[in-house]
Design a binder for this molecule. Structure first.
Ligand code: ATP
Length: 195
């Protein structure tokens, strides 16, 4: 089985994340995509507004009805900040027999050489780089072990981010349709982002 991992803060999860996952799934021939909220240092300037439990709950509500999208709480369960290599090793222990691919923005691909223990990582997993229209990426400039671990998927541009959603909410504007209905309702009911 081939599983794509979509990691993020998901503060909140929005339709850009879901469409990206759907496209990665189709273009890379994945069987499932697992959405993994990551831990963020609490007293950073850009610390999440929603709690870890709320971020996970929003992911669950967003993917619940989908036949092959699932929530993955592995990094929240572990606590602290996780290196990808450690998460991957834990995943492989807990879920033997699955091939994992990390779904990342194409702009992140060029930074893969700087990732912690990247040689070990490219021996264990592959990466799916989501290309924005017009974005130029020269894979040939990267070390061969990275080139071999990366496949690219064409993604339409969706000008939406969690930051934009939080800022609309702070201004009292509606975020309906930018997040799945059940996430929208959860945000309203729990007064997250200053509803
Ligand atoms: P923030 O605005 O808070 O930084 P974000 O919307 O970028 O959040 P993250 O949770 O940080 O969301 O993103 C998780 C992953 O989803 C990242 O790899 C990010 O590049 C990708 N992503 C986010 N928004 C989009 C989008 N509109 N189209 C494609 N990929 C996206």
């Amino acid at each position: 089985m081939k599983v794509g991992i979509m990691g993020g803060t998901f503060d909140p999860i929005h339709i850009g994340h879901l469409i990206a996952a759907q496209i990665a799934c189709e273009q890379a021939g994945l069987d499932e995509v697992w959405f993994m909220p990551t831990n963020v240092p609490p007293h950073k300037e850009n610390a999440p507004l929603a709690s870890a439990e709320q971020r996970l709950q929003m992911v669950k509500l967003a993917v619940d009805a989908h036949p092959y999208f699932r929530p993955l709480d592995i990094e929240l369960r572990k606590g602290g900040i996780s290196y990808t290599i450690d998460t991957v090793k834990l995943l492989r222990e807990e879920q033997p027999g699955i091939h994992f691919s990390y779904i990342i923005g194409a702009d992140m691909v060029q930074f893969l050489p700087k990732w912690y223990k990247i040689e070990e990582l490219t021996a264990l997993i592959t990466f799916i780089g989501l290309m924005r229209p017009g974005y130029i990426l020269d894979l040939e400039d990267l070390p061969v072990h990275i080139q071999q671990a990366v496949s690219l998927a064409e993604m339409p541009l969706i000008e939406l981010s969690s930051t934009r959603i939080r800022s609309r909410k702070a201004k009292g504007l509606s975020i309906r349709y930018m997040v799945p209905d059940r996430v929208y309702e959860y945000i309203e009911e729990n007064g997250i982002y200053g509803s």
